[in-house]
Ligand binder design. Structure first.
Ligand SMILES: Cc1ncc(COP(=O)(O)O)c(C=O)c1O
Length: 360
């Protein structure tokens, strides 16, 4: 497919911030975005354009019936000065898994990756290199057909925008979060869209997060519908570490997003670099094991923060359970270090995890 470059003249381009230590997360935009359209059963018109408004009809189906999905990927500037995409092939595959759940068209993974690479190549100057920084990449797709009947749209846009970012939490890894354990809100239902990265799952989480804040908690610990098993942490997978040092991740179900961070942790375990497994995690047994010290660490896995340790689980009746001493534990810290050293090129990553962005 022929990619069209409609770039801003150098005189109208913004320059990246000189101070890379206060980028924030997801706040900044680069000069350009990628855009492509789907109609008559095929993707067409791939182009890189100035970042700006997209014009849609008020009847565009994304506004009414929620056919929207997205991905979150990071690219890193390595000591050799080049930019490397981290596991973007996995995100491209997951985007297609989400598309299937939402009755949206697949985007060939090779096309997604070419679009990512071409856009990042244009915006090279925006990939930061400061510690804990990355170029955060947001591919997304939405329904554009003007129609009010409830059925899958026949037209879509696929876009990519970029955001040079610092650490997800301003305190970085040193901050342990508080989670509200609630049986009142659920993120996803069996047979629903929980395993996809669709906008609807995130709007459903907003009210729960606001509720968590009233308990001075950062996020909610999501349970399954029967309130018996642990599912996710806000927008991360949950993990805990047993006394023997094994990381345990709840088994994937159709109400849990298949986190690429979790999958990577499990791959590291399969390669003998760490100890990790997946199994259903019953809430009551988990809480008993935290109280008894059988579980020594817990937290969340996700692209944004990588490893986000949990210090306390709080309950609606005021009860609180602290994990060990409430501070980020050594296994979580070591995993964060290992994972980020792969991402940033400070240690050789497993084969295929990093792909250098070519110069087109
Ligand atoms: C609901 C949810 N669970 C888990 C994750 C972590 O997934 P990943 O490690 O692929 O970022 C995310 C973030 O993408 C998420 O939104």
């Amino acid at each position: 497919m022929q990619f069209v470059y409609n770039l801003l003249p150098a005189s109208r381009r913004k320059t990246p911030p000189a101070d890379e230590h206060s980028l924030g997360f997801g706040l900044l935009r680069t000069n350009h975005m990628f855009l492509m359209e789907y109609s008559d059963g095929e993707w067409h018109s791939p182009r890189i354009e100035p970042y700006g408004p997209v014009s849609l009809m008020p009847g565009a189906m994304c506004f009414h019936y929620g056919q929207t999905l997205f991905e979150g990927i990071k690219a890193f500037r390595h000591p050799d000065g080049e930019i490397y995409l981290f596991r973007a092939d996995k995100n491209a595959e997951r985007l297609n898994a989400s598309a299937e759940i939402l009755c949206m068209p697949r985007v060939p993974t090779a096309l997604q990756l070419e679009a990512l690479n071409r856009l990042i190549d244009v915006e090279r100057a925006w990939c930061p290199s400061a510690p804990q920084s990355s170029l955060y990449i947001r591919p997304f797709m939405f329904a554009t057909q003007d129609g009010l009947g409830v059925r899958p749209s026949r037209q879509y846009y696929y876009c990519i925008m970029l955001s040079p970012s610092g650490a997800y939490y301003s305190g970085g890894f040193s901050q342990a979060i508080r989670l509200l354990v609630t049986k009142k809100f659920h993120r996803a239902a069996v047979g629903g869209t929980g395993a996809s990265k669709c906008g609807g799952n995130y709007v459903a989480s907003l009210r729960a997060a606001e509720y968590a804040h009233t308990f001075k908690a950062h996020q909610v610990l999501y349970l399954n519908e029967a309130n018996t098993h642990i599912e996710e942490v806000g927008s991360m997978n949950h993990y805990h570490v047993r006394k023997d040092g094994v990381f345990v991740i709840p088994e994937f179900t159709d109400t849990i997003l298949r986190s690429i961070t979790s999958i990577s942790v499990l791959e590291l375990a399969a390669a003998g670099r760490i100890a990790a497994c997946q199994e259903p995690v019953a809430l009551d047994a988990f809480l008993d094991d935290v109280r008894s010290g059988e579980i020594t660490e817990a937290g969340g896995f996700g692209t944004a923060a990588v490893v986000s340790p949990v210090g306390q689980y709080v309950f609606e009746d005021g009860m609180e359970i602290t994990v060990a001493d409430g501070k980020p534990g050594p296994h979580s810290g070591a995993l964060y270090e290992l994972y980020s050293s792969y991402q940033t090129g400070r240690a050789p990553a497993p084969e295929g995890w990093l792909v250098k962005v070519p110069r087109f």
